[in-house]
Design a protein around this ligand. Structure first.
Ligand code: AMP
Ligand code: MG
Length: 402
């Protein structure tokens, strides 16, 4: 047991050796969702570009609010305006520029207009309802930094400072190979006894797509030393990283590790993680290699915990993008026997009226992929820990992992 590497140590070692391999390319902003920003963006403009009104109402000088005023102009969003004539008010609409000379906007519900004159009936406070120039982004201010994974709101933010293209890292190519003589591609007919569908290919394709990485689909590799070597070599030649599933355990039919050692080097093997203990990491020639276990739930968990941060680092993502934020919620379950490995239990976090709690999926077997589909989080149980109902447990929401 002592030979099992703790998860944090394994991840630290894997990340320490990761060299960002991605080139910077220019892309239309509209297509940049999920890509990693390859430049530090500074705003050439202030947003908003001038003081503007947060309300439909009247722009005036606060000092004039005590008596009725003539309405001297009408200012619409996108329209022109003149400086405010002293002792007058301007009819103004949301988003329209506040005229020089006015220092407040009074919302129309707090005004009465009659015969071309407006009286303020509500209280006024200096600066009210004016959105000052640059309150969102100042001219020359940093907007987003290199290494940021672009979210939908980031695309809007970049557009708001006038960008329609953006420098991003070109998506890396990741080869995926599924090992196992028992595997059959779905759609290729009914299963014979002992066979199973190649579900890992689809889980991994989805996980890679969610990271906007390019999938190089290597299909199924037979449990045979020569076939494994040839597939690994071919995959490494055509990709920036090779990911396999299965064939990294201790059986005679597990050929992946031995062939990686022959073609390159194995950097580490066997983590103190459950599910997913037999994970292997190494290089085929110079190409990084991640050998995920075969069990479908182990594939999901080890990809999210180990492969995802590694791939993001290769892709140029910033440190803060690598580890998803965890949160602590009440356990609605017990872990009575402390484990020797860090466990990632499939749970559903829900709030039934008295704060969020994590409910355990009843079958935690690493072969039960429905445990992932029917859950929304992983509860992280460190080695040597017991949990009683009501205790706080750390959870990682699946939406933040993939
Ligand atoms: P292995 O690590 O190769 O011994 O595989 C462990 C378990 O995972 C076995 O029950 C395999 O049938 C299953 N498994 C391996 N690869 C896949 C795959 N691509 N899709 C679904 N199940 C798999
Ligand atoms: Mg196998």
């Amino acid at each position: 047991m002592s030979s099992l590497l703790p998860v944090a140590e394994a991840l630290g070692r894997i990340l320490a050796g990761a060299r960002s391999a991605a080139q910077v390319v220019e892309r239309p902003l509209i297509d940049a969702l999920g890509l990693v920003l390859g430049e530090n963006v500074v705003s050439p403009v202030a947003v908003p570009g001038e003081d503007n009104s947060a309300m439909d109402g009247y722009a005036l000088r606060a000092a004039d609010a005590g008596s009725p005023m003539p309405v001297s102009q009408r200012i619409t969003a996108g329209g022109g305006m003149a400086p405010l004539a002293p002792g007058t008010a301007a009819r103004i609409f949301t988003g329209a520029p506040v005229p020089p000379g006015a220092d407040i906007v009074v919302m129309q519900e707090a005004c009465r207009e009659e015969g071309g004159r407006v009286s303020v009936v509500g209280p006024v406070a200096a600066g009210q309802n004016i959105r000052p120039r640059g309150q969102d982004i100042a001219e020359g201010a940093p907007v987003l930094s290199r290494g940021r994974i672009l979210r939908p709101q980031d695309l809007g933010l970049l557009a708001s400072v006038g960008r329609d293209t953006v420098q991003v890292y070109r998506p890396l190519r990741v080869a995926v190979l599924a090992t196992g003589d028992e595997l059959v591609e779905p759609g290729r007919g009914a299963l014979q006894p002992g066979q199973g569908y190649n579900s890992n290919r689809f889980t991994l394709a989805g996980l890679l797509r969610a990271l906007r990485l390019e999938l190089v689909d290597g299909g199924i590799v037979a449990d045979d030393a020569q076939a494994t070597a040839a597939a690994l070599q071919g995959a490494a030649a055509g990709a920036d990283c090779v990911i396999t599933s299965g064939g990294v355990s201790v059986g005679e039919e597990d050929h992946v590790r031995a062939q990686v050692q022959r073609l390159g080097r194995l950097d580490l093997w066997k983590l103190a993680i459950k599910p997913g203990k037999p994970l292997a990491f190494g290089h085929i020639g110079d190409t990084p290699f991640i050998g995920l276990p075969g069990n479908p739930t182990s594939v999901f968990v080890t990809f999210c915990l180990i492969a995802r941060p590694f791939l993001l680092r290769l892709q140029g993502a910033a440190d803060e993008e690598l580890a998803p934020p965890g949160l602590t919620v009440r356990a609605a379950f017990a872990v009575e026997r402390p484990g020797t490995r860090q466990e990632y239990l499939r749970v559903t976090v829900a709030d039934n009226g008295d704060g969020p709690e994590a409910r355990l999926f009843p079958n935690q077997s690493s072969g039960v992929l429905s445990s992932v589909s029917y859950s929304n989080a992983l509860a992280v149980i460190p080695p040597g820990t017991t949990v009683a109902p009501g205790d706080g447990v750390d959870v990682l929401l699946l939406d933040t992992l993939c």
